[in-house]
Ligand binder design. Sequence first.
Ligand code: BGC
Length: 458
Amino acid sequence: MSNIYQFPDDFVWGSATAAYQIEGSPLADGAGPSIWQRFAHTPGRMLNNDTGDVACDHYNRWREDIAIMKELGMQAYRFSISWSRVLPEGKGRVNQKGVDFYERLVDTLLENDIQPVATLFHWDLPAALDDQGGWLNRDIAGWFADYGRLMFERLDGRIKRWATLNEPWVVTDGGYLHGALAPGHRNRFEAPIASHNLMRAHGAAVKAYREVGKHEIGLVVNIEPKYSASDSAEDLAATRRAEAYMNRQYLDPAFFGTYPEELREIFGEAWPEWSQDDMDLIKQPLDFIGVNYYTRNVAKHDELNWPLKVAPVRQNQHTYTETGWEVFPQGLTDTLVWVKERYGNPKVFITENGAAFFDPPKSETNSSGARRVRDPLRLSYLRQHLRAVHAAIEAGCDIGGYFVWSLLDNLEWSLGYSKRFGIVHVDFETQTRTPKDSARYYAKVVATHGAALSNEDD
Ligand code: BGC
């Protein structure tokens, strides 16, 4: 097979998950509740009243899940640590059984030649810290750095790549501005404070890492490139606001120590002045940036859309996923090139990329008992997006690896189990796992180090 899809020799291929979405048993063995545990048990917050009480039962089935990764030839696994499993009150007393769970997971990954990549915070804030203001309390920078230090001391060396936060934008926008995600606030004055404290916590954890860790640490952001619906001054300004709010709000302070000017315009009187000390804390040298990419946004001015005054324009010529996101692989190349040009070509990992398409709740079984799930749309999404990653590498971007979202069908936050993102199907009645056709395809791409992307007929 001729290989036109040449990836760097050390390019890493993996898959990703997050604690609350897969683990289940959120209160087992002395763990404390997280804000997602509370949110999911508040009537009306979750679609179908789903909760993460069982999820994929990964807390008990992690060995089987590692065996599946091994079978698929995965080289790396990005997972998140549940803060309140290891620190039930978020600070102070350590729950050794919680630490043990992650130690066993990491050791078994290593025995199977799968590199562990750990995210410290994938949205499941300890409820005890939320009771003290959560991301609105400035002390959280210290609480987060202490939690980070604990994990670095226990696991650095075995884990060689760490991420501080997953998608601070989603936490701010969903958790504090629009309220669709935990902790469910809807407050224009809180959002900038939560956002800023997330980034102070990120900076403080990176500083702690430099004291005790010896490997790599970075920040994971979700980037959705914004394209203006027209050349009108109004639409162009709206596009700039959307882009500042989602794409520059976190990377600008991390790299430059400043916030985009447009945020003042968006938040008005709710946008505070920040001290130089804070900005210096946020701006820490990073070893990599994790980019999560799902879709793009074509933006137009819309006076009524609070508070950004921007609305998306649907692109009917393209496929949309089950979460209503346009399939637009070129946007991934554009995003990676934008990061390279704006931020000086940092090392980037695509830490999430994937799609929810309809899959039946049960797999097919043939006469010899073999199970199968056909997911041609997801397979094609992966092929196109991996090719888009390759195009960015050709354009000179420093890309270290790719993690498909997600290894398993899982709890899609407030959408519950209604959206399936996995390359491995989970039957939520029986917990049976079945690699979908997209998993088999991805395994082939991994095994050929990208060469299989040339085939059209997989
Ligand atoms: C998050 C995941 C989520 C995925 C799909 C990302 O925003 O990091 O936890 O499941 O997108 O919505």
